[in-house]
Design a protein around this ligand. Structure first.
Ligand code: NAD
Length: 470
């Protein structure tokens, strides 16, 4: 794969200006244009499914089925759901008018924002660049896409194919590394939609500040999982193992670590080991269904998280091969809060088991950490579910289900606090990529506004008392 091209300031400025011109021309506003773009996007995914799957395999060793499930098929589902509802979603909403303004009518109109920037990470490199684009196009915006340079095969394919399908005046792709992205961020956009880590998010916000550009930040962090003794641990283990080791653990909402009691841990760990072996066999390195780490640097970073774990604590896996970007699905028992594994988002196939006294202690621990993108709890205990819902804060909360909440079209996806701000997917993308503009109209006659204009008198007081305050 060739290196990421070096971006020239003038090229960046010209690209953004062309997108602005296109938006100003008004061509992106009609519903028909938007529908046409979404259908073209779907056609691109259909006609190049194998090419995209091959690129995903080259970048992340993704099994084809996983590429279809979590990237290609996922985006197609998002497009089809949007196509089904778009007309209804965009319909202006009537708004009631207060007595004090009568006679008058009001409505809310979804207005496109203009030119938006979408910056994507490498872990679901196709889905995370195209899903926001679905929302941006559905709302009638023009968009500049910046795929991750760490997934170069997908980035090159997106860059080559998109202009052949969607309106190339309205959607442009710039491939760039950190330096090039900083040049892009120096431009003014009408919205920046960023997915990635918190450190870069701060740079994105800082770059947006001089232009007062609104940002959506889809970030990550450590998503905890609580397991109690009220559930069938065999089934828990199957769901947990799938959610954790999918894409070799490089999923923003993967269960980062498990919090559980001593007695549950004793039963859960053997079930987890069996569940992992059922998914990837006893030799995951030769399983066609197990992915690879994005690059050697990240492989090294993840492997180093095991440095302070003793061999006795590693109850499954622990093997790695930096050159091959391979890390075995690994389970580490009796992990304590001071260990490396608990110091940062793992974003790899290591699952720490933290033994803890009870749910109250687990909640205290969760609340002592930054608000997570997702919190999972495997429990059928109603009181525990209420306690977790009311006493913790997270981007999403999943009971007996991890990770798959992303596929529920009617639920928004986004973080809270350090795990992000803003949300998208389905109808929520319409809210993110539009301005909800109030439009109000009042006949000039009868001129009721006279009642609240100077010279103020007793009638003004009566209007305030009976029409404004009530
Ligand atoms: P990253 O922050 O390194 O990079 C993300 C994007 O930012 C890339 O396109 C990259 O080119 C760009 N970038 C990198 N350095 C930059 C700089 N100095 N200035 C400007 N742009 C720069 O993130 P990552 O490693 O690609 O992604 C991992 C993180 O993303 C994890 O924390 C994960 O949880 C999170 N994530 C969140 C979601 C979500 O939907 N909430 C999805 C996937 C990943």
């Amino acid at each position: 794969m060739s290196d990421t091209p070096i971006l020239d300031d003038a090229v960046v400025a010209q690209t953004v200006e062309q997108l602005r011109d296109c938006f100003r021309s008004g061509k992106t506003r009609p519903l028909d244009w938007r529908i046409e773009q979404l259908k073209a996007l779907c056609r691109m995914l259909d006609e190049h499914e194998h090419d995209f799957a091959a690129a995903l395999r080259a970048d992340l060793g993704k099994p084809q089925a996983e590429s279809k499930l979590t990237e290609i098929g996922f985006v197609k589902g998002e497009i089809n759901d949007t196509l089904k509802h778009l007309k209804k979603w965009l319909k202006p909403k009537r708004a009631g008018m207060p007595l004090s303004l009568q006679p008058a009518s009001g409505k809310l109109v979804y207005e496109p924002l203009g030119t938006v920037l979408i910056i994507a990470p490498w872990n679901y490199p196709l889905m995370l660049v195209l899903s926001p684009l679905v929302g941006a196009l559905a709302c009638g915006n023009t968009a500049l896409l910046k795929p991750s340079e760490l997934s170069p095969h997908v980035a090159a394919m997106v860059s080559e194919l998109l202009p052949q399908y969607v309106d190339a005046q309205a959607v442009k792709v710039l491939e760039a590394d950190a330096e090039g992205t900083a040049k892009i961020l120096a431009q003014r956009f009408d919205h920046i939609f960023y997915t990635g880590g918190a450190a870069v998010a701060k740079k994105v916000m800082a770059a947006a500040a001089p232009h007062l550009t609104p940002v959506t930040l889809e970030l990550g962090g450590k998503s905890p999982t609580w397991v109690d003794g009220s559930v069938d641990l065999k089934h828990v283990a199957q769901r947990l193992a799938w959610a954790k080791f999918l894409n070799a653990g490089q999923t923003c909402v993967a269960p980062d670590y498990v919090l559980t009691t001593d007695d549950v841990a004793e039963h859960l760990i053997p079930e987890l080991i069996s569940a992992v072996e059922a998914l990837y066999s006893e030799a995951p390195c030769s399983s066609a269904d197990y992915g690879r780490i994005i690059n050697q640097r990240h492989t090294q970073r993840i492997a180093a998280l095991l440095d302070d774990a003793s061999p006795a604590q590693i109850v499954l896996g622990g093997e790695f091969d930096i050159d091959e970007r391979y890390i075995a699905p690994t389970i580490i028992d009796r992990v304590t809060a001071d260990m490396k594994l608990m110091g940062e988002e793992i974003f790899g196939p290591l699952l720490p088991i933290v033994r803890i006294a009870d749910l109250n202690a687990a909640i205290d621990y969760i609340n002592s950490q930054p608000k997570p993108l997702a919190l999972y709890a495997f429990t059928d205990d109603k009181e525990q579910r209420t306690q977790l819902t009311e006493q913790t804060s997270s981007g999403a909360l999943g009971f007996n289900l991890a990770l798959a909440h992303l596929s529920a079209h009617e639920l928004p996806f986004g973080g809270v606090g350090m795990s992000g701000q803003g949300r998208y997917m389905g109808k929520y993308s319409i809210d993110t990529f539009s301005h909800l503009k109030p439009v109000i109209s009042k006949p000039l006659w009868p001129n009721t506004m006279k009642l609240i204009a100077p010279p103020y008198n007793r009638i003004t007081d009566l209007v305030v008392k009976y029409f404004v305050e009530k």
